[in-house]
Design a protein around this ligand. Structure first.
Ligand code: IPD
Length: 289
């Protein structure tokens, strides 16, 4: 059957706004937010309540579609298939949400044949909405503003090398094993001077939301985003928006969204008339893929 992408996109935006209202009226606490894998992997009642609302609102009109949500994911059981699938992170940046640091969002992705086809990312605190439909461009609507096409800069500058880049990278919640050592090493190599074997980038940012990081790269507000350990719900929506804005997403395991944790590496590079490939190569050299 024909799938009406515009209709799904509009529904996702309406759901994102409702989720935003839930986040803004919630009062999560630093101390009583629950933890999942460890004390830095937070989850709140709001994460669960938003996911419930979202799955009900999406599956009622689309009962035959699949749904993958961060809070209801079952390791080894939930798999991404070729079916039309909603991929949802109810609160991306839960740690920020708990601390009222204003960089959290809902991330709503939609895939067909595992291809990111619609993306909606909404930061309710700043009232910023990033959207995209495959083949139809990506957009940002800011508080009280017009819908602007991404990237925001009509003629993006070429990318020369990492030294002129602003880079988003995250600690994530996995603070153990090789994955942690790798992250520390990458941070160090990116920041260090060239004499010390580093890339000496303009700077590194840890915004605390993978989805917003990718949206910022799509908009051209930062040049690169790298994180090891992301899940499908962190990247699905941003992936569509990024590609539609002329960016590229390099994955440690192309085509495989659910490899072992060490394989889940995602690297987003903004749209540019030149230099994207060199940046990807330089980054993989540093990351040691
Ligand atoms: C997390 C955030 C964080 C990233 C983690 C994600 P959550 O999502 O996106 O920036 O470093 O890898 O899991 O848990 O807040 O939904």
């Amino acid at each position: 059957a024909d799938i009406n992408l515009q209709e799904i996109h509009d529904l996702l935006i309406s759901v994102a706004h409702e989720a935003g209202r839930m986040m803004l009226t919630a009062t999560p606490s630093h101390l009583d937010s629950g933890t999942k894998k460890n004390s830095a992997d937070l989850v709140t009642e709001t994460d669960r309540a938003v996911e419930k609302m979202v799955s009900t609102r999406l599956l009622t009109p689309y009962p035959t579609f699949s749904f993958i949500g961060e809070e209801t994911y079952v390791p080894g059981k939930t798999h991404l298939t070729a079916a039309p699938t909603f991929i949802v992170d109810p609160v991306d940046g839960t740690t920020n949400f708990v601390h009222a640091f204003p960089a959290f969002c809902i991330s709503l992705g939609f895939t067909i044949d595992k291809v990111p086809t619609i993306g909606v990312i909404y930061n309710p605190f700043l009232d910023e909405l990033y959207t995209g439909i495959k083949g139809q461009g990506a957009f940002l609507t800011r508080k009280g503003g017009e819908k602007e096409r991404l990237p925001l800069r009509k003629e993006p500058e070429p990318l020369v090398d990492l030294s002129t880049c602003l880079i988003g990278a995250e600690w994530g919640s996995d603070r153990s094993g090789n994955n942690f050592e790798l992250k520390c090493e990458v941070f160090k190599k990116l920041a260090a001077t060239k004499e010390n074997g580093g890339a000496m980038v303009h700077s590194l940012r840890c915004m605390g939301s993978a989805a917003l990081n990718i949206a910022y790269v799509a908009a051209g507000q930062q040049d690169v985003f790298w994180e090891g350990g992301c899940w499908a719900w962190d990247v699905a929506a941003g992936w569509c928006i990024l590609i539609e804005a002329g960016g590229i997403m390099a994955s440690g395991n192309p085509g495989d969204w659910e490899p072992e944790v060490d394989g889940r590496k995602y690297l987003a590079v903004r749209g540019a008339p030149k230099g994207q490939k060199q940046i990807v190569e330089e980054m993989w050299r540093i990351i040691g893929n």
